[in-house]
Design a binder for this molecule. Sequence first.
Ligand code: SF4
Length: 175
Amino acid sequence: MARNIIPIQPTPAQPVAKEPTFDYFTTKKDELVGWARKFSIFPYPFVTACCGMEFMSVSSTLYDTDRFGAALPRFTPRQADLLMVVGTVSHKQAPVLRRIYEQMCEPKWVMAFGVCATSGGFYNNYAVLQGIDKIIPVDIYVPGCPPRPETVIDAIMQLQDRIAGDHHVILKGDF
Ligand code: SF4
């Protein structure tokens, strides 16, 4: 006896709801690298004097420099890219500061933190370096004796803008 064969009807294909996806993006190399670098600043604090108290304050949770990706100080110049010169620098310390700067890898930036680092401050005498830009290039000056933490944060943000707008060479011969 023949068995009744019931043909299977194909079910109509259900439209699959397409999830919104992020297939690709385009950007410029300098913008991508600049964006990454501006949020991964590793400061090296070269602290010599009373501005150090203000550095500790700005590093506290209250001001939260982690918001800017700049919260982790590195105590070796080879792992840092922002040299923060915090306080008075004497002529005796100047060669040490210069050597630390030279030990940092490129790209690197320098912040003169307070008027002593900027210009010698009120120590206008034979023992004090009248501004660290006499021996190393400075990217940003932070005024004040000492500067308020808000001023330092403003300087970090200005430096970030500069880093983001920089030309970032990755390989030799890069354009
Ligand atoms: S700027 Fe003022 S607070 Fe800072 S190291 Fe000089 S004297 Fe001290």
